[in-house]
Design a protein around this ligand. Structure first.
Ligand code: B16
Ligand code: MG
Length: 209
């Protein structure tokens, strides 16, 4: 077991991809650009502006930076409204129990998320106090697969990157962990990725690593 464990948020602790989908879909429909769940899958772990660029691959016109920012803002307003419906019941007892046990075993726990809404999500599901530090989209300039968000998380908990492991569901997140010289644990989609050091099927399996 490593001294520090850094958790991706969306796809590992909570599942907000349905909200991302709904919000992007509403924005895309209004713009008249095709968007479906397959494209939505490509947005996992990707920053908001990079996600917008992926959606705009199917857009014929050209947009200024200001127009793009307005679209991203529109999506975020819809998304935050949907996040407002989240409650502590959106986190499983398995996740809460595992986090408590890992901490009791002496591990330092951090969040390493691309989302600028990470702190709001943690508040909604009442999980803020389970972590020693939060590194998110508000404290980085480069998004995954760049390791910045995880390196900051390691710095916040005072552990060397090689003493940390990252738990991720997205390929870009596993790449970021490896680029940061950390051990990569893959759950969900990332459990089938060849760069993952330890694939797991359930969150509680973390207690056995
Ligand atoms: P926001 P994670 C990521 O969260 C999501 O997986 C990704 O779909 C989203 O675009 C990104 O956060 C940015 O989110 O618009 O809230 O800043 O998986 O890194 O926890
Ligand atoms: Mg994720």
């Amino acid at each position: 077991m490593k001294k520090g464990i850094i958790f991706d948020l969306d796809g590992v602790i909570v599942f907000t991809d349905k909200f991302h989908y709904q919000a992007w879909k509403e924005m895309a429909d209004e713009l008249g650009v095709y968007f479906d769940e397959v494209i939505n899958n490509r947005l996992r772990g990707v920053s908001r502006m990079d996600s917008l660029e992926i959606i705009l691959e199917r857009y014929d016109g050209t947009l200024s930076q200001e127009e793009k920012e307005a679209l991203a803002e529109k999506k975020n307003t819809i998304y935050r409204k949907l996040l407002g419906t989240m409650t502590p019941e959106d986190v499983t007892e398995e996740v809460r129990d595992t986090l408590r046990k890992l901490r009791k075993n002496g591990c330092k726990l951090a969040i390493g998320s691309s989302s600028k809404n990470a702190k709001y999500i943690l508040e909604r599901v009442e999980l803020t106090d389970y972590f020693d530090a939060i590194s998110d989209g508000t404290n980085i300039t480069r998004s995954k697969p760049d390791p910045e968000v995880f390196l900051k998380a390691a710095e916040f908990i005072g552990e060397a990157p090689e003493d940390c492991m990252v738990v991720e569901d997205a390929y870009a997140g596993i790449d970021a962990a490896k680029a940061g010289n950390m051990t990569a644990v893959g759950i969900g989609d990332a459990s089938g990725y060849e760069k993952t050091d330890y694939p797991i099927q359930t969150f509680a399996e973390l207690l056995r690593l």
